[in-house]
Design a protein around this ligand. Structure first.
Ligand code: HEC
Ligand code: HEC
Length: 208
């Protein structure tokens, strides 16, 4: 039989579990793929054109087809809140509320079948050892807030890494990334970006 103390403890644990369940629901408003498909129409002028470049500095517009929904939501909110500095994308994200951002993310993640770790293409460079703990052997993140790197444009990956290094990307997660790459040389970042860009994974958003 349970003592009074354990009964209190058990119900306290249940209460915490219930609160955790509800806050998880609130934190991840369910995205609606069909609404997201309509909202994302405006994104296609850039994200559906695989060869399209950001004007300055010049690098490819990132592939976001199949990217993890949680990371997409995070990235769009960072732009909207001015913690990730990019004029075009801040303008794009500014007009959406949290529900619309969740809808867009649900659509974007659905445009390719769920990404799963595939056989590595080539061998991961030694410099990528720490990266694999979060981003996986082939750039398929272990937790949904870790962006997929697999198949991303190499020049975009490098731009992102420099942005972490010089502090242009802000937020708790950006600080984690900055700490992880601070000690790496440009040559090491180059081979890591080359490796992840060659893996099977992300794609451009389909035109229709
Ligand atoms: C005029 C071109 C353009 C349009 C239109 C555009 N984007 Fe972007 N987007 C970019 C560029 C360039 C970047 C890279 C910015 C950077 O370096 O942070 C980017 C970055 C992103 C990222 C970050 C990807 C990552 O891996 O971190 C997301 C998410 C994104 N865009 C979603 C959208 C959505 C959703 C829309 C439509 C509502 C949209 N974009 C419209 C050009 C565009
Ligand atoms: C502790 C986990 C962790 C480790 C280790 C880690 N990352 Fe990350 N990485 C993250 C998180 C979280 C983000 C999203 C940060 C944000 O919100 O800007 C991220 C973002 C990135 C991005 C931006 C992707 C995009 O679409 O814009 C690149 C590129 C990247 N990491 C590469 C690396 C490389 C290369 C290494 C190893 C040298 C590494 N990461 C190590 C967690 C990690």
């Amino acid at each position: 039989m349970l003592s009074t103390y354990s009964r209190v403890a058990v119900s306290a644990v249940r209460a915490v579990a219930v609160i955790a369940f509800f806050s998880a629901q609130i934190a991840h408003a369910e995205g609606d793929i069909e609404r997201g498909r309509v909202l994302a129409d405006t994104c296609k002028g850039c994200h559906a054109v695989d060869s399209y470049n950001n004007v300055y500095p010049t690098y490819h517009v990132p592939r976001i087809g199949g990217q993890s929904a949680d990371y997409l939501i995070e990235a769009l909110k960072l732009y909207r809140d001015g913690k990730r500095d990019h004029q075009t994308m801040t303008a794009q994200a500014a007009s959406y509320d949290d529900q619309e951002i969740a809808d867009i993310a649900a659509y974007l993640t659905s445009v390719v079948p769920p990404l799963e770790a595939a056989q590595p293409v080539g061998t991961a460079p030694d410099a990528a050892t720490t990266c694999k703990a979060c981003h996986g052997e082939t750039g398929i993140g272990q937790i949904s807030i870790y962006p997929y790197l697999a198949g991303q444009h190499k020049d975009y990956l490098l731009q992102a890494l420099y942005d972490y290094k010089n502090g242009a990307r802000q937020g708790v997660n950006a600080t984690v990334m900055q700490a992880n790459i601070m000690a790496l040389s440009d040559a090491e970042l180059d081979v890591i970006a080359e490796y992840y860009s060659r893996q099977d994974g992300l794609s451009a958003v389909p035109m229709d």
